[in-house]
Design a protein around this ligand. Structure first.
Ligand code: GTB
Length: 216
């Protein structure tokens, strides 16, 4: 059964693969699972048909036979659990890969998203520059800690795992801020993730959608 995911019909990310269908596409490519994509507009995401799949009216969703999932992390987890390639074979290694998935989404991502959203929510406010600087410092705290743990390793815990897939996806959201580049081992880590053939295929697929939607 070929799974179907949903993605933005016209992504506001400029084709940079920053929306959350990207980690799902990347995971599908890593495990070699072909998939279909149903593109949805912002309006369609809030309609009953989509809300039955996703109670918060967002992308991505994942449908496979009778199974319907939302939350990109849960979808990546599902793929890692049912295919080879994203979790180590041993139980302890798998538990640590899951730990890194949670670390990416629960510990590193919150300040990254807050920083990412600030220009949209707060630009023009008299305190904006001060707040942005505070948010940058909060991101730096997490990046510094992550950088110290990664050290000279290629991946967070041995072989590439779903934990790395989500961590790299979170760090990519800082693109253009210059913050990741302050930590050369993290910049190299992100570049290593982006160089993976599975990432490249996923990126090309979402870019093709963006180009079609923008007439490019
Ligand atoms: N926790 C959920 C998950 O991980 O699946 C969050 C899902 C989510 O935030 N979906 C967003 C969405 O559907 C798209 S990815 N938003 C529409 C809505 O809420 O109405 C977030 C996103 C959007 C745009 C950019 N960008 O332009 O760069 C980056 C990331």
């Amino acid at each position: 059964m070929t799974p179907t995911i949903t993605a933005f019909e016209a992504s506001p990310d400029g084709g940079h693969g920053l929306a959350r269908d990207m980690p799902v596409r990347w995971a599908l490519e890593e495990v070699g699972q072909p998939y279909d994509v149903r593109l949805v507009s912002f309006a369609a995401m809030k309609e009953p048909a989509h809300l039955r799949l996703h109670p918060f009216g967002q992308i991505p969703t994942y449908e496979e036979g009778g199974l319907a999932l939302f939350e990109s992390g849960a979808i990546v987890f599902h793929l890692a659990a049912h295919h080879g390639g994203l979790f180590p074979d041993d139980a302890d290694g798998r538990a640590r890969a899951i730990m890194w998935m949670f670390a990416a989404l629960n510990t590193v991502e919150p300040p990254v998203v807050e920083h990412d959203m600030a220009p949209f929510l707060d630009a023009g406010k008299p305190w904006y520059d001060e707040r942005l600087s505070m948010l940058e410092d909060r991101v730096r705290v997490r990046l510094g800690e992550l950088s110290a743990r990664l050290g000279a390793a290629d991946w967070l815990d041995g072989e590439f795992s779903a934990g790395d897939l989500l961590m790299v996806s979170v760090l990519r959201r800082l693109a253009g801020s210059g913050l990741v580049e302050e930590y050369p081992n993290l910049a190299a880590y992100v570049a290593r993730g982006e160089a993976r053939p599975a990432f490249q295929r996923a990126f090309a697929a979402q870019l093709a959608v963006f180009n079609a939607s923008s007439g490019g």
